[in-house]
Design a binder for this molecule. Sequence first.
Ligand code: CU
Length: 278
Amino acid sequence: MTASKHQLLIDQFHQDASSGHHGHNMHIFHRDWHQNNTDPRPPEELDENWGTDIKFGSDFLKMHHEMVRLPADQTPKYMHHPSLTTWYKNHQHAQPSEWNPLLTIPPELGYEPDPTVYPDEIRIPIQQHAENQGLTIEQFLTRRTNNPQFQLPKWSTPEGVGPGEDGEPYTGARKLGDFKNLNQLGCCLVFPHNRWHVAIGGAMSTTWTAIADPIFYWGVHMHVDMVFEAYQSLQTLEESVKARDTIRPLSDKNFESIRKADMRASITLRGPELKSNS
Ligand SMILES: [Cu+2]
């Protein structure tokens, strides 16, 4: 196997970002953003206002929006560089077609592990981390599957869940328009997003390494970003008509098992062997 077309283009994008006067390393930028903005802790019980005021959700959505799709005429707040989409346009590269998450990842978005793209302060600890598990770094970075069979939950769509289906576990939101603000949406969306990272595995399983895999930009975060944009257009459209469906708690058992799984499935690797020098 060799690296796919979009894996190579993404590496060029990262190299462009780190060259020049204001260059910064995107792998380190992304890792450190997550280290400094840890995932919210799920609530102990269902609360329709949970997450509205936890400082995380809006930043999570906006920062990744700047990495993936910020238009050229908008000024980034977190990044110091154009988004990947803008970079593709500037260099006249065609974007891959939209990935349907229920289908196998197509070869143009394939990922062949290449540890040399990482700076020492990432590659060396990751290599150590892999060796502690009896793996080479290439084995550690290899996707678990090209067919993760995962998509963002229906509560993150404008149509929402059907009558017999569960809403968002922590707030009870049943459709995109039920979220009280952007921040709450981001706080809730991070959990299925983490599960998606873990389902693909390999480089995607940690914030230290994820952005080298083209499915980070052109798959998972493209879809997260489509939810972000859909929510923004909903907000402008229906500021007045905010008919919220009645929230309905999950059974206690469901709630607890989802909460435990979310607390486990953090994609930010922490532990004695993996610490940034902050
Ligand atoms: Cu991220």
